[in-house]
Unconditional design. Structure first.
Length: 226
């Protein structure tokens, strides 16, 4: 299977949207729905199913919002934490955040030490944690409060499903950017990223699943060739 860098994946996304006319909102919907399918498999043998979905403010967080919506619609007790203020959301991520709000879904803000204490308590009852904090666009070292949230998620010893890439992993190099989610499974989109097989990538990614999000085949087979 072909592995590509984060820049190549961004270019594929851009061309899918601009040249082929696939709406970015459709790509996000398909990504979140694909992640929800993996999450449902991971909790299918549990009688008391509780999932915590941790979302960032970017498109990766938007994927997480979609994933959480599909889990809720499937009867899964899903609690959502947002790393930052809702005012920082924009574009497709904000659209999917607003859908959850209209569904009367409680979304907790994860920002202060008090928020992190509540977060730690909630994690104790979870069967599965979904990591949707940072995606392939991450390049700089993770700072607080994000690093503390990631450490808390790792320390609780629960199964973690990472959406697209484990938060804190450089998707191109496989280097850890300060701190990184240690996922049991990672559901990524389109094509696997080079960072999944390099350096700390394999130990952070866990089992890799590639989901189809309706990117035109020509872009995936030819990578970014014109």
């Amino acid at each position: 299977m072909r592995y590509i860098t984060s820049q190549q994946m961004k270019e594929i996304d851009r061309r899918a949207i601009e040249e082929f006319g696939v709406p970015s909102l459709v790509l996000m919907e398909n990504a979140g729905r694909g992640a929800a399918g993996v999450a449902l498999d991971m909790v299918s043998d549990k009688t008391d199913k509780k999932v915590i979905c941790v979302c960032g403010k970017g498109n990766n967080g938007g994927d997480g919002f979609v994933c959480a919506r599909h889990l809720i619609n499937n009867g899964i007790d899903t609690e959502i934490f947002l790393t930052g203020e809702p005012s920082g959301l924009k574009g497709d991520a904000k659209i999917n955040f607003d859908i959850l709000r209209k569904m009367k879904v409680k979304i907790r803000i994860l920002k202060s030490d008090k928020d992190l204490e509540l977060f730690n308590e909630r994690l104790k009852d979870a069967q599965l944690i979904i990591d949707a904090i940072f995606g392939i666009g991450l390049s700089g070292e993770i700072k607080e409060p994000y690093s503390k949230a990631i450490r808390t998620m790792n320390q609780c010893k629960k199964s973690i499903l990472a959406i697209d890439v484990p938060s804190g992993l450089d998707a191109s190099t496989g280097n850890i950017l300060g701190v990184c989610i240690k996922a049991r499974k990672t559901v990524s989109f389109g094509l696997p990223k080079t960072g999944f097989r390099e350096n700390q990538g394999p130990s952070s990614t866990g089992e890799l699943i590639i989901a189809d999000i309706s990117i035109p085949k020509q872009l995936l087979t030819g990578v970014v060739e014109n």
